[in-house]
Write a protein that binds this ligand. Structure first.
Ligand code: DC
Length: 228
């Protein structure tokens, strides 16, 4: 349990492992807030690109930061992400925003801003927070840390299916390539690379459905806190 008396569950893992679906399910089951930190990187990445900055250029990205005011609001467990007064919750789900996010997420000053925002949310309420550095950096004292993984092929397959459901069909080979490139960026960057946090429970969801993974996490929480 965090010092403030609130409970946090940290879920990290690579692109497409199902973190957001699972985190939302766990949050709904427990009545916690679901905090999607990837949305912050996506929103800032999109803002940087729209402002004419090159997301590969750390100086240009860092120069945008003073002009960025990012905040969130919650409708039940659904997070809305607001940047400079504009609600970008839906716009940031694009592949372009995902690509920009994984590039700008390499900039340490930007990460500092997001970490501060994420911690301030977790201070006030029980949260299920997902991302890449939640158990390692943002909330190292989380009651429960999960590293959610799945094979690259299964993650690509699931993403293609999701895109198809959303009316945006995509080639399996292209999606597989893009996911593997973002994985590489997230795992090899200098600032807070994706890795398994100390004490994290590793769950490979390749052969599990969302309900099974969600139930497993609720059980794990019950085991560590006596609640759940
Ligand atoms: O979870 P997501 O796909 O929305 O994240 C988009 C990108 O943001 C991801 O490629 C890496 C970055 N990210 C990060 O570096 N740290 C986090 N805590 C969350 C996301």
């Amino acid at each position: 349990m965090a010092e403030t008396g609130t409970i946090a569950i940290a879920i990290d893992g690579p692109n497409g492992a199902g973190k957001s679906t699972i985190a939302r399910c766990v949050a709904q089951t427990l009545g916690y807030a679901y905090v999607d930190t990837g949305a912050f990187y996506r929103a800032i990445g999109m803002f940087a690109v729209e402002s004419g900055a090159d997301p590969d250029n750390a100086d240009e990205v860092a120069a945008c930061l003073p002009r960025i005011d990012i905040s969130v609001s919650y409708e039940g467990s659904r997070q809305r992400t607001i940047i400079n007064g504009r609600d970008v919750t839906d716009d940031i789900r694009s592949q372009q925003a995902a690509e920009a996010a994984s590039k700008v997420a390499r900039v340490p000053s930007l990460r500092g801003k997001v970490v501060e925002l994420a911690r301030s949310i977790a201070k006030g309420e029980n949260v299920v927070m997902d991302g890449r550095d939640i158990g390692t950096v943002v909330l190292p004292d989380a009651a429960l840390k999960i590293y959610l993984d799945a094979s690259l092929e299964i993650r690509a397959f699931r993403r293609v299916w999701e895109l198809e459901q959303a009316g945006r069909p995509a080639e399996y080979a292209t999606v597989l390539y893009e996911i593997s490139r973002r994985d590489h960026r997230d795992k090899t960057r200098e600032a807070s690379p994706l890795r398994i946090a100390e004490g994290a429970v590793v769950i490979d969801s390749s052969r599990m459905n969302a309900e099974q993974v969600c139930a497993r996490i609720v059980e794990e929480l019950a085991a560590v806190t006596g609640r759940g």
